[in-house]
Structures are given as structure tokens and as C-alpha cells.
Design a protein around this ligand. Sequence first.
Ligand code: SF4
Length: 235
Amino acid sequence: MLPITGLQKTTLLDYPGVLASTIFLGGCNFRCTFCHNSQFLALSDNVPLLSEEEVLSHLTKRASVLKGVCITGGEATLYPALPAFIREIKALGYLVKLDTNGTNPSILKALIADKLLDYIAMDIKADTAHYHSICGFSDSLVFSPYLSAIRESISITKQSGIPYEFRTTVCDGFHTEEMLLGICQLTGGGQTFAIQNFKDSTFVPDHTLGSFSDVMLKKFETICIPYFDSVILRT
Ligand code: SF4
């Protein structure tokens, strides 16, 4: 059973250009310092879950109105049951967008091969030197297998033939112009890059992080433009 911690029944924000529902899966292999869902990263009996049947029932009822489903986390690719669940959503006629941290390239590859995804949004959280620390790891050597997996997922995503975006939540107190350049170099560029300004909230682990000014966001955008077909600022 998938750990479905939430369902946003209607959104225009999560799937670019598509009226969608968003399904939240709990559990994650990272502990990012800026995470807004930190209360759902370690699953316990106290976390109330929705059943797959409840979610599919909602999607069945709304199939004539909604066009897409966004699957977000936590980290959805941790769960072997994910492909079968997406297959049921696709059978209802929905477009499916997957949000991922890129640490499970084999599942990503299988989902693409089985034509179960219509859009991929992959987080690129930092440059290679700083990636481990924003993901909550003190040791870069322990993190290195994850970084290898992320590199593989970048390559798989770029070769997928479906629309995708790489995206970075930029946090004042962590990200720098030099780091944005490093992120561009890590991806090698691509279709779309979304720069998302950090916003503090109750469940964010590190409240010393801040949002950037519009001036800094524009500087980041200027750095990234040469690498991508399109750069989006989400403020
Ligand atoms: S990968 Fe996403 S869900 Fe997991 S800790 Fe980081 S921000 Fe939170």
C-alpha cells in the first residue's frame, strides 16, 4: 500500500498548464533543510493515510473536469507499488506528472519505458560540492551514491522524450550565484529550469534560511538562461 498522506483535489499550480489533482506520498530518503513536508518524511502509525481506492474514486468522479495528476512527496519513487498505481490513474485518461529527487533512476527509467509519465519535475538541489549538506547529510562520501543516482536520473530525464523541468528551491543563506552556475553545469542544461524562491513555514527544519530579493532572483535567472530552452522564476 502506498503511504498517501494527502490529496489536493484541484490545482492549477502543480502541473504546468493542466488542471490537476495532486497526490502526496509520505516518506523520503532525504532530510532537506528547507523541506515543507518534514512532518511526513518519517512515517509512523500516527500519520493518517488515504487509501488508493479513495484517491482513485475521486479521480474517477472528476475525470471529465480534471486533466492531470501530479504525484509528489516525500519521494514517490521509493515505492515499488508506484507503477501499478500510476497505471490505474492512466487508465482513467489522466496525464501524470512525477515530482522526484532523482535518487531512483531504475524506477524512473521503467516508468518512462512503460509510458506512464507525461511530465517529469526533478529537483536539483545544489552543486555537487554542497548537495549533501542541503539534503541533511554531514558526510559527502556517504552521499556520493545518491549523487551518482541523481546524475543518472538527469541523463534519463533528458533522453526521455517527454516534457521535463529541473528545478531548484533557492534559499538565502545557502545558495549563491556560483552555486547556480554549478547546478547548470551538473545538469548540462536542458528544456526548462525553474528557480523557486524559498518560503519559510512551520515545518521547515531550518528557520535561518530566507527568501531572495527579486534582484537576486533575476541574477540567478541570467546565469541559467544560456543553459536552458526556458527559465522560469517562481516567486
Ligand atoms: S527530497 Fe523533497 S520531500 Fe524529501 S526531504 Fe527533500 S524537499 Fe523534503
